[in-house]
Design a protein around this ligand. Structure first.
Ligand SMILES: [Zn+2]
Length: 959
């Protein structure tokens, strides 16, 4: 026996029973090596009592219920919503937010009297009616306000803005050039009537339009309703408004944020706006969450609300540009240089932009929550307290804050909101790190047990990587090997069941292979085994504290506000360690059971909410990320990484009952993982169901370049699961004789999907030839939908051609013109990229506006210019010949397409206006697209899909 193993035998009553661990089990017993045992010197860490920890089962019986309570609390508070209010006034006569009252606005605008959905697509009559409705509602509130404040101490002013403009919309590295004509805003200013109050305003924005194929009850009538109700509450209240509030009901967001652009670039009130609050919805349930808070003052304002739901992590994710902020907030930041809050309703985002976004789908209490938070925000920002506007300490414009300068996060469903400055963070993080260093030095004999404690510290990162690797292995197995991608899609929590166990398995295997096997003796006595377990258990906790403290400091030094997560990790680890070593004095026996409770308290209370919050947002989002996005790996990584942070005490737990326990735990997790894989890949399992559908975009396309028109169907999916079988069965019998669905690639040049460009960039699509129409079919577009040239001027010095053209598009909305040319100048805001570039110029317009003018100057090659000159002479009658070659060389090919205003299924079914209703009924019975969809939609009734069914028209012009 070596000296070390001699010493390892304690004086207690334990019999020296040899144990065989891990890989040593299969090798012949040999003498314990000095090298291995040098780490565990039981004589130096005498085991005082031989009754060590409780066995596994009693321990778990005590531990699991307590941890379950933390988890339940976190989940409960995350989803808890206030009780919907019904009364308009409190018993003492003060106006209060009423969800019932606000909900009526949504009902009126999102559905017809008979309850069928009312689509508010820009360019349709519904948008005119929507503006009228909002104007009426606002006038009603204004009358009440005037009655309540006969002295004029509260003033409501109303504008109905309508205007034209153009802007560049960068999206997914593609440039979309936008023109808009006659888009509208309803703008209401609430002030105390004085010029001082009106000089500074906080802007609140929501959009009234909806996108295809969605009635948009939540997106964004939710915001509209909250604004109207907040306007009533504030207007009827008695608080004096030091600053004013501008409510912007914008009528064109879904068309790529045109109306917010119109307001912030053209409206006279724009210069009085000092901050913006944008209210959006990409879900129907839960609390509205703050995606971006971009100035310290707005974060302070958030702190005044009863349950803010915000974290600097979201703001930092947006700053990386990994996730696009596709809200009006972008326009206000880009063109108004404003800071503010970008908030949205996000839970149950499966319904976002689908036919399922209906009035009934909005969760009870969600409006109340947003309203009860918005009003205190506005009250603070219109009070003398704020640094915005007229307060004594006012700043001319709220400064942008790098997120690292103000760290903020909410917890427990917004019951807790923590805000601190970078300076405070430096101090607090420094103290935590110093304390961690002191404890780690005091409680650890680094010289003797260096290896175990270094492994414990490095093991934190190793565990994180292992968790991510474990989860991703299952993602690879299910999505690639077993070809069942997105099997977890239909419930936000399913990824926890599929990827959680293998992530935990990764952590356990890491501890087993890299920690346990390096420290433990291949053969040990029972006492040695206990001592080794104690050492590993303790080292894992100390490692957690050291790693988290260090990581917090490094992250903080790099300016990452999200480092607070690691600060929380080190605080809870430190608290557990202090309890264990200084209060319970259990270090030599490893960790006390109570240490686990303390060590897991904050990670569960905060982490569980974090992970479900992430999954609420990202799982439904994967259904619209395109075919190329590696969504299984994204979700697996999220579960592995965030999940690991929520169970930091798993690593010490792995060592609590010896290596054989670790091995058994690994086997158990392996079995659970295997069961999960089996469950989620079984043949009858589908990633989709009726409430969590697959999204399809379907275009019934009429090509007017042939006579008679030819018709094609284009079917696209915005996620990565295969759908060729679905296309095949849904179009069987409806296709042209002998044709099969043909997979196509939607790229810059594929004109078919120009209507949804640049979203078309990530579609998987099929093209289906439809049977020819009867020879006597007369396309209603032949004479009306056309490109005409108003002016064409050649510049012989620069060899350029200036063309002023117009696309006339009666009956067509959202037209787009695309062409390849070397454009030198045009009537759009910026000079485009030079060279032969494919350009997409889109137009949207209010109801009845059907002209889309475009002026551009293109650079011609010498050959093109010569041909253009000859064509010019022919046009002027100076040449008698004609040349097809010249015409081809000199002209510019323009591909144009747009949506049939009466061909949107089912958006074009009915109207409140009798004349319009008659037109729609006629169109429904006669339009080839509508008749096709009548049949086609029947094929989809039992399929878990949500289809956008649009009739489109396309043509080509040479100008
Ligand atoms: Zn929206």
């Amino acid at each position: 026996m070596t000296k070390k193993s001699d010493g390892a035998l304690p004086a207690g009553d334990a019999q020296p029973v040899a144990l065989v661990h891990g890989q040593a089990a299969s090798s012949p017993p040999h003498k314990p090596s000095t090298r291995l045992l040098a780490h565990v010197d039981a004589s130096a860490t005498p085991i005082a009592r031989t009754t060590r920890n409780w066995p596994v089962l009693p321990s778990l019986l005590v531990l699991l219920p307590i941890l379950a309570i933390f988890t339940w609390t976190s989940v409960y508070l995350h989803y808890q919503l206030p009780t919907p209010g019904h009364a308009l006034f409190s018993p003492d006569g003060q106006p209060i937010f009423s969800e019932s009252h606000a909900m009526k606005y949504i009902k009126d605008l999102a559905s017809y009297g008979d309850g069928t959905p009312r689509y508010r697509i820009l360019g349709t009559r519904e948008m005119v009616e929507t503006d009228d409705y909002i104007l009426d509602a606002v006038r009603g509130i204004r009358d009440d306000v005037v009655q309540r404040h006969p002295d004029g101490g509260m003033q409501l002013e109303v504008w109905h803005q309508s205007g034209d403009g153009s802007h560049l919309f960068d999206f997914m590295e593609k440039a979309v050039w936008k023109k808009y004509f006659g888009v509208t805003n309803v703008i209401v200013r609430l002030s105390d009537g004085t010029p001082a109050s009106k000089a500074n305003a906080v802007l609140v924005n929501a959009h009234t339009d909806s996108t295809l194929p969605s009635p948009g009850a939540a997106d964004d009538l939710f915001g509209v309703a909250v604004m109207l109700e907040a306007m009533r509450v504030m207007g009827m209240g008695d608080r004096r408004l030091t600053n004013s509030v501008i409510f912007l009901f914008n009528g064109a967001e879904e068309s790529l944020q045109d109306a917010s652009h119109l307001f912030i670039t053209q409206h006279p009130l724009k210069d009085t706006v000092k901050a913006v609050i944008n209210i959006e919805a990409c879900g129907t349930d839960g609390k509205e969450i703050v995606f971006q808070a971009t100035s310290p003052e707005m974060i302070r304002a958030l702190a005044k609300t009863p349950s803010p739901y915000a974290t600097v992590i979201a703001s930092e994710i947006f700053q990386t540009g990994l996730i696009l902020s596709d809200t009006d907030f972008r326009q206000f930041v880009e063109y108004g240089n404003l800071t503010g809050l970008d908030m949205a309703l996000v839970q149950n985002s499966y319904r976002y932009h689908t036919t399922l976004d209906t009035v009934d789908a909005i969760e009870s209490g969600a409006l109340q929550h947003t309203g009860e938070n918005l009003i205190p925000l506005l009250e603070y920002l219109t009070s003398p307290e704020t640094t915005m506007g007229n307060s004594e300490q006012s700043t001319p414009i709220l400064p942008h804050a790098p997120t690292s300068h103000t760290i903020f996060f909410s917890a427990l469903g917004g019951k807790v909101f923590v805000v601190y400055s970078r300076a405070t963070a430096t101090l607090v993080y420094g103290i935590i790190a110093a304390l961690a260093a002191v404890v780690a030095t005091d409680r650890v004999d680094w010289a003797r047990y260096k290896k175990a404690y270094v492994l414990g510290t490095g093991g934190v990162l190793g565990g994180l990587v292992s968790a991510v690797v474990g989860a991703n292995s299952v993602a690879f197995l299910t999505s690639v090997v077993l070809r069942k991608p997105m099997s977890w899609f239909s419930n936000e929590a399913y990824p926890l069941f599929l990827f959680g166990p293998p992530a935990l398995l990764g952590v356990v295997l890491w501890q087993y292979v890299f920690a346990s096997n390096r420290i433990r003796s291949p053969i040990a006595t029972l006492a040695q085994d206990r001592a080794e377990s104690a050492l590993l258990e303790h080292a894992s906790l100390v490692g957690l504290v050291v790693f988290n403290s260090g990581f917090t400091l490094v992250g903080h030094a790099l300016g990452v506000g999200s480092s607070y997560l690691y600060a929380i990790g080190s605080v809870s680890g430190l608290a557990a360690l202090l309890l264990n070593d200084y209060v319970l004095h259990t270090k030599n026996k490893g960790l006390h059971l109570a240490t686990y409770v303390v060590g897991q308290s904050l990670p569960l209370l905060i982490g569980i909410e974090g992970i479900i919050g992430f999954l609420d947002l990202f799982v439904p989002l994967t259904g619209r990320l395109g075919a190329e996005a590696p969504v299984d790996f994204i979700i697996a990584t999220l579960v592995g990484a965030v999940g690991y942070l929520t169970v930091p005490m798993l690593s010490p737990l792995c060592h609590r009952w010896g290596a054989s326990f670790t091995a058994r735990l690994a086997v158990f997790l392996l079995l659970v993982s295997a069961f999960g894989v089996g469950w989620f890949t079984r043949p009858s399992w589908s990633p989709y169901d009726a409430a969590h559908p697959k999204r399809l975009l379907v275009l019934h396309m009429e090509n007017t370049t042939t006579t008679p028109s030819t018709f094609n169907l284009h079917v696209a999916s915005v996620d990565g699961t295969p759908f060729s079988d679905l296309v095949e069965t849904a179009t069987a019998g409806l296709r042209a004789a002998g044709s099969v669905p043909e997979p196509t690639i939607a790229d810059d040049l594929s004109v078919d999907w120009d209507i949804v460009y640049p979203v078309s960039q990530f579609l998987t699509t099929y093209r289906i030839n439809l049977p020819p129409v009867s020879p006597d079919y007369v396309a209603p577009w032949t004479d009306s939908l056309k490109v005409s040239v108003q002016r064409s001027v050649l510049n012989s010095i620069k060899q350029t051609r200036r063309i002023e053209l117009t696309l006339e598009h009666p009956g067509i909305i959202w037209p787009v013109m695309s062409f390849t040319a070397d454009v030198v100048a045009w009537d759009l805001p910026k000079v485009p990229e030079r060279g032969d570039v494919r350009h997409h110029v889109k137009s949207v317009a209010s109801y009845g506006v059907t002209r889309f003018p475009l002026a551009l100057t293109v650079q011609l090659t010498p050959e093109q210019f010569a041909a253009a000159q000859r064509e010019d002479q022919r046009a002027k009658g100076q040449r008698a010949d004609s040349s097809a070659e010249d015409r081809a060389l000199a002209s510019l090919r323009i591909d144009y397409s747009g949506l049939d205003i009466h061909g949107m299924y089912p958006a074009s079914f009915q109207s409140d206006d009798a004349v319009e209703d008659a037109r729609r009924q006629l169109a429904r019975g006669t339009k080839p697209g509508m008749r096709f969809f009548e049949e086609f939609s029947q094929r989809l009734v039992d399929e878990p899909v949500d289809a956008m069914l649009l009739s489109a028209v396309a043509g080509v012009a040479y100008v």
